[in-house]
Design a protein around this ligand. Structure first.
Ligand code: PRX
Length: 643
C-alpha cells in the first residue's frame, strides 16, 4: 500500500478545503439540479436556465439546462472586456525559442476572434455548419475554435499529426464543407505540411467539390498551392466589422471530436454548449485552483480534448492566462519545459505521464538547472501515472512544494471526473483520487453487478453530469451501443479500476480493445484495418504491451499472403504504411510475422493470448485447448523470443 502524501500547505488556496468538499459533494449528488443550476451562474447566460439535468441512460438521451441560452465565445472572451480587457489571455510560445512569441490581452483576443469569425462568414459558414480545423499549435487554432463558437458553427478539430487519409475520413464523416488550416506547422524544428495534407485529403474524397471553402493562415511562409475560388488566406478575407455572438440553446452542438474506440472507425463525439461550458468552467476553477494573475500552462494540443477543455474553454471562461505552446518537450533540449516555465513564470503546469517519463529518463540536471520557483501546482492527464514518475514529478519538478492533481477523464466526459483537489485532499502517487462534484462512479463485475468497498472492477458512472457527451455525430445508435449497452442503465468508461479503503480510485487501464499510446487513444481495430490494406498482408491482430515511455506500445501480429515471407524491408514498409494511413502516433513498435493467428474453432481471435505473448508473460496463457490449432502458441512464443 502506497502511503498517502499530505497536501502541502498552500497559502493562497481559497477554492475548496476538505470539509467543504465533503459537503459540496453531498449536495451535488443529493440535489444535482440545485447544485448545477447554481454552478451555472459562473457563466453569463443570455437567458438563464431553470431546468437542470433531464436524462436517461436507457435509452441514452441526455440534456442539461435545456431552457438556457448562451454563447461560449462570449463567456471566454467578450464578458471579460469590461473587467479584465487588458489582462493577458494568451501567451504564445513558439517552437523555436529564438523566434518571436506573442502575448494577447483579452481585448486583443476579442479582435482576433472577430477577424476570424468574419473571414468564416465571408466563406459562407453559418450556424450549425461543421468546420474542420487542422491546425498547428498557434494562436489562430484557438481563435478559430472560438470564432466557430461565436457564430454557432460546430468545430471538428483534427490533430495536425494525423495523415491526409485520416483527415479525409473525418471531413467526410461529419459532412464538413469548410476547413481551416495553416501553410505549415512546426514541431521540434520539423515542418508539417498542413495545407498540402489538406489538399491530399480532399483528393482522397471522390467528389469534385468536397468542400466549399478553406481558410489558410500564413505561419511559416512556405510556398503552397492555393486553389482559386476555394482557398483563401485569412489575412485577405478577415475584417474588423462588428460580429455579435449567436445566441445558442444550451443543447446546441459546440463541437465534434473524433476519438478511437474498440471497433470500427473513430467516432465523432458530440458535445453541446451549456453543459460542456459549465463543466469545463467549474472543473478548471476547482481542480487547478486558479488565482487571478497566474499563468497556467497545459502542454496538450488543441487536437485532443485536453486542449479543448483546458487550453481553450476552461481557462478562458475563468479569465485565466493560458499558454499556447507550439513546440515539443525535447527541443532544443530536454530542458525546454522548464525554460518555458521560467520565461513566463508559469504557476500551474498540466502535462502527461508520457512526457514526464521521457524527461525523467534524461536525468535531473535539465530540471534542476532551471529555477521553477513560479510553479505552484502540477497536473497529470491521459494515462495512469506510475508511482516512480509521480515521485519524480513531485520531488524534482515541483521540488516537493507543489501538489499534483492526477486527473482522470475522457473525450466523452468533457472534463475532469476523478481527481484530488489541491487544497482538499491528500494525494496517493498513482491514484487519480476522488470523484469530482456530481460524479457517481461505480465498479461492476463482468456481469454488471455493483461491487462495494475496496475492490477492483469495471468503471461505470451511474448518473449524468453536465459535461457528458450527448451523442456520436450522425450515429446515436453507436453512442448507445458503445457506452450504454455493456451495462444497461450505466455509462461504461471502458476502463478498469480499483477502489481502495479510503475511497480513492486507481485506474488500471483500458479493459477493451483500445490502447493508450503516449496518452493518446488508439483503437487496435484501426491499426489492424490499416495493416490489412497493404497488398501483402493477409491478416493482422494488434495489441498493446507495456512500454517504458509511452505507457503502452503497439504490437502487431501479421500474417502475410501465401508465398510472401517476412523481412526487415517489409517490416519497415508496414510501419511506413500505417503512418501514412493514420499518422505517426499509430506507428507500430513491433511487428511479428506469424503463419497464423490464435483462433477458436468458431474463428474468434483469442487476443488474451496475443497480449500475453506480446508482454513476454508465458506463465499465464490460460486455457488454450479451445484453439483450432493449439500448436500455434509455441510458434508465437518462439517468434516473440527471436524478435
Ligand atoms: O484510459 C483512460 C485514460 O485515457 C482514456 C481517455 O482517453 P481520451 O479520451 O483520449 O482522453 C484523454 C484525456 C482526458 C481513459 O479512458 N486516462 C485519462 N486520464 C487518466 C487516464 N488513465 C489513468 N489516469 C488518468 N489520469
Amino acid at each position: 500500500m502506497i502511503q498517502a502524501i499530505s497536501r502541502p500547505s498552500m497559502t493562497r488556496v481559497t477554492h475548496c478545503v476538505s470539509e467543504q468538499y465533503d459537503e459540496m459533494y453531498r449536495q451535488s449528488v443529493e440535489d444535482p439540479d440545485g447544485f448545477w443550476l447554481d454552478q451555472a451562474k459562473r457563466l453569463d447566460w443570455f437567458s438563464a436556465p431553470t431546468r437542470g439535468g433531464e436524462w436517461s441512460f436507457d435509452p441514452a438521451d441526455i440534456s442539461w439546462f435545456a431552457d438556457g441560452s448562451l454563447n461560449l465565445c462570449h463567456n471566454a472572451v467578450d464578458r471579460h472586456l469590461r473587467t479584465r480587457g487588458e489582462d493577458t489571455a494568451i501567451i504564445f510560445e513558439p517552437d523555436d525559442p529564438a523566434s518571436a512569441g506573442r502575448t494577447l490581452t483579452y481585448r486583443e483576443l476579442h479582435a482576433e476572434v472577430i477577424r476570424m469569425a468574419n473571414a468564416m462568414k465571408a466563406m459562407g459558414v453559418k450556424k450549425g455548419d461543421r468546420v474542420t480545423l487542422y491546425m498547428p499549435m498557434i494562436v489562430e487554432g484557438v481563435t478559430a475554435m472560438l470564432a466557430c463558437a461565436r457564430i454557432g458553427a460546430i468545430h471538428s478539430v483534427v490533430f495536425g499529426g494525423f495523415s491526409p487519409e485520416a483527415l479525409a475520413g473525418r471531413i467526410e464523416d461529419c459532412g464538413s464543407r469548410f476547413v481551416i488550416t495553416a501553410d505549415e506547422g512546426l514541431r521540434g524544428s520539423k515542418r508539417v505540411p498542413l495545407k498540402a495534407n489538406v489538399d491530399a485529403a480532399l483528393n482522397e474524397l471522390d467528389h469534385d467539390t468536397p468542400i466549399d471553402g478553406m481558410l489558410v493562415i500564413k505561419h511559416t511562409g512556405a510556398k503552397i498551392e492555393m486553389r482559386e475560388g476555394r482557398d483563401h488566406w485569412l489575412h485577405d478575407v478577415a475584417t474588423d466589422e462588428d460580429c455579435p455572438c449567436e445566441g445558442m440553446n444550451a443543447e446546441d452542438p459546440l463541437f465534434i471530436l473524433y476519438t478511437s474506440g474498440s471497433t470500427g472507425k473513430p467516432k465523432g463525439v458530440l458535445h453541446t454548449t451549456g453543459g460542456y461550458g459549465v463543466w469545463t468552467a467549474t472543473t478548471f476553477n476547482y481542480v487547478f485552483d486558479y488565482q487571478p494573475g497566474e499563468v497556467y500552462w497545459c502542454t496538450a494540443d488543441i487536437g485532443w480534448v485536453t486542449g479543448h477543455s483546458y487550453i481553450v474553454y476552461g481557462p478562458l471562461m475563468n479569465g485565466a492566462t493560458s499558454v499556447v505552446f507550439e513546440g515539443v518537450p525535447n527541443y532544443p533540449d530536454h530542458g525546454r519545459f522548464w525554460d518555458v516555465v521560467d520565461k513566463h513564470k508559469v504557476s500551474i503546469l498540466y502535462t502527461a505521464p508520457t512526457a514526464i517519463r521521457a524527461l525523467m529518463r534524461e536525468g535531473d540536471e535539465f530540471v534542476t538547472s532551471r529555477d521553477r520557483s513560479s510553479l505552484r501546482l502540477l497536473g497529470s492527464v491521459g494515462e495512469p501515472i506510475n508511482p516512480e514518475a509521480w515521485r519524480w514529478y513531485y520531488d524534482v519538478v515541483g521540488s516537493g512544494r507543489c501538489p499534483i492533481v492526477d486527473t482522470w477523464w475522457q473525450t466523452e466526459t468533457g472534463g475532469v471526473m476523478i481527481t484530488t483537489l489541491p487544497a482538499a485532499h491528500d494525494m496517493k502517487p498513482g491514484s487519480a483520487g476522488l470523484p469530482f462534484f456530481g460524479i457517481q462512479p461505480q465498479l461492476v463485475d463482468n456481469d454488471g453487478a455493483a461491487l462495494d468497498g475496496a475492490v477492483e472492477g469495471n468503471l461505470c458512472i451511474t448518473a449524468s453530469w453536465p459535461g457528458q457527451a450527448r451523442s456520436v455525430y450522425g450515429d446515436h445508435e453507436r453512442f448507445e451501443q458503445t457506452y450504454f449497452s455493456t451495462y444497461p442503465g450505466k455509462y461504461f468508461t471502458g476502463d478498469g479500476c480499483r477502489r481502495d479503503e479510503d475511497g480513492y480510485y486507481w485506474i488500471t487501464g483500458r479493459v477493451d480493445d483500445v490502447i493508450n499510446v503516449s496518452g493518446h487513444r488508439m483503437g487496435t481495430a484501426e491499426v489492424e484495418s490499416a495493416l490489412v490494406l497493404h497488398e501483402l498482408v493477409a491478416e493482422a491482430a494488434v495489441v498493446g504491451y507495456p512500454h517504458d515511455i509511452k505507457g503502452q506500445g503497439i504490437y502487431c501480429y501479421v500474417t502475410l499472403n501465401a508465398g510472401v515471407s517476412g523481412s526487415d524491408e517489409l517490416h519497415q514498409a508496414l510501419r511506413a504504411h500505417v503512418r501514412k494511413e493514420i499518422g505517426p502516433i499509430a506507428t507500430p513498435d513491433h511487428i511479428q510475422f506469424t503463419d497464423g493467428l490464435p483462433k477458436t474453432r468458431s474463428g474468434k481471435i483469442m487476443r488474451r493470448i496475443l497480449r500475453k505473448v506480446a508482454e513476454n508473460d508465458y506463465g499465464a496463457l490460460g486455457d488454450t485447448s479451445t484453439l483450432a490449432d493449439p500448436s500455434l502458441v509455441d510458434r508465437l512464443i518462439e517468434g516473440r523470443q527471436n524478435r
